[in-house]
Design a protein around this ligand. Structure first.
Ligand code: R5P
Length: 314
């Protein structure tokens, strides 16, 4: 494997990249991603990559646009250095929430970003828990959408009594994702249904399912401001839930999100390291980070050997 593939790190998540390289037993390819005085990005790959199977690890997390440009410029550098194949490994795919036109004269930014990555020269994409599965179809190059569910299920089974669990989707849009996890642990499913009956009236949270006495596990792809999560936790506790924890793939955690979650009634929030945890996340008393490095490492190994990636999730 060591000779066959090359792993390159953007600046978004060095810890994850090192974890992936360690899993694969491959040293990171020497590569500099620097800034000029005016903050333009400059990339220099300092090893021969001609004819190599290459993987750029870069989450397009905050600062999203900088990390996106780094990914595009690294892809361009690899293409011009005659890499045989370039895979953009994007554990957190930014702009994914802009996947349709919510109103007239608005963009579909997820599609634009897919076009940019493809035009820069990527041959394939490897990503994780896309906000909407159909974003896979925005790419005309092979795109594997991995699932963090096996990693979460392992953690859940180690820490919770499966007999009293109830998996909960914090909104109607996340039901498919939550149902898939509920099926894996053989737990029932409840749904938080947010409704605003009339314009100007405050939102009402209806819970579909009986959560009383249950240890509820909220499942979602993104926690950003933490509003969705904390409101759902309040509503579940108000309906008699015993306690509420959450398993969420991408800890975007913008602004005051960590403080909001720390002071909420949430027992624990578990996120993956698809986005590099900030210091505030690392010291938070009720946020825990689990690593998806082995999962992504295994998907890269299988891609390199031309083996099935989907069988990772059977
Ligand atoms: C929305 O569709 C997503 O799945 C998340 O529920 C949302 O992005 C969470 O955002 P926030 O934490 O800001 O409420």
């Amino acid at each position: 494997m060591a000779e066959a593939i090359k792993i390159l790190a953007g600046n978004s998540n060095h810890a994850l990249t090192e974890g992936i390289a360690a899993y694969l037993g491959v040293p990171l390819t020497k590569c500099q991603v620097r800034r000029f005085a005016d903050m333009e990005i400059f990339v220099e790959i300092q090893e021969n990559v001609r004819g190599k199977d290459t993987y750029i690890i870069q989450s397009t997390s905050f600062p999203t646009n900088d990390h996106m440009m780094e990914l595009l410029i690294m892809t361009d550098a690899l293409r011009r250095a005659s890499a045989r194949r370039i895979t953009a490994v994007i554990p957190y795919f930014g702009y994914a929430r802009q996947d349709r036109k919510p109103g007239p004269r608005t963009p579909i930014s997820a599609k634009l970003v897919a076009n940019l990555i493809t035009h820069a020269g990527a041959d394939r994409v490897l990503t994780l828990d896309l906000h909407a599965a159909q974003i896979q179809g925005f790419f005309d190059i092979p795109t594997d959408n991995l699932y963090s569910a096996p990693v979460m299920v392992r953690d859940l089974k180690e820490r919770h009594d499966p007999r009293n669990l109830m998996v909960v989707s914090p909104d109607v849009g996340g039901v498919v994702r939550a149902r898939a996890l509920a099926k894996r642990i053989d737990a029932p499913l409840a749904i938080v249904d947010k409704r605003r009956e009339r314009a100007g009236e405050s939102e009402v949270m209806n819970i579909i399912g009986d959560v009383s006495g249950k240890s509820c596990i909220l499942v979602d792809d993104i926690v950003d401001s933490g509003g969705t999560l904390c409101n759902a936790a309040e509503a579940l506790l108000a309906k008699g839930a015993k306690d509420v924890s959450a398993y969420i793939t991408h800890g975007v955690l913008s602004g005051g999100a960590v403080a909001r979650i720390t002071s909420s009634k949430l027992k624990e929030l578990v996120v993956t390291d698809s986005i590099q945890p900030t210091e505030a996340v690392r010291v938070s008393k009720n946020i825990r980070v689990i690593s998806i490095a082995p999962l992504i490492g295994e998907a890269i190994a299988r891609t390199a050997r031309e083996e099935s990636v989907s069988s990772l999730f059977d």
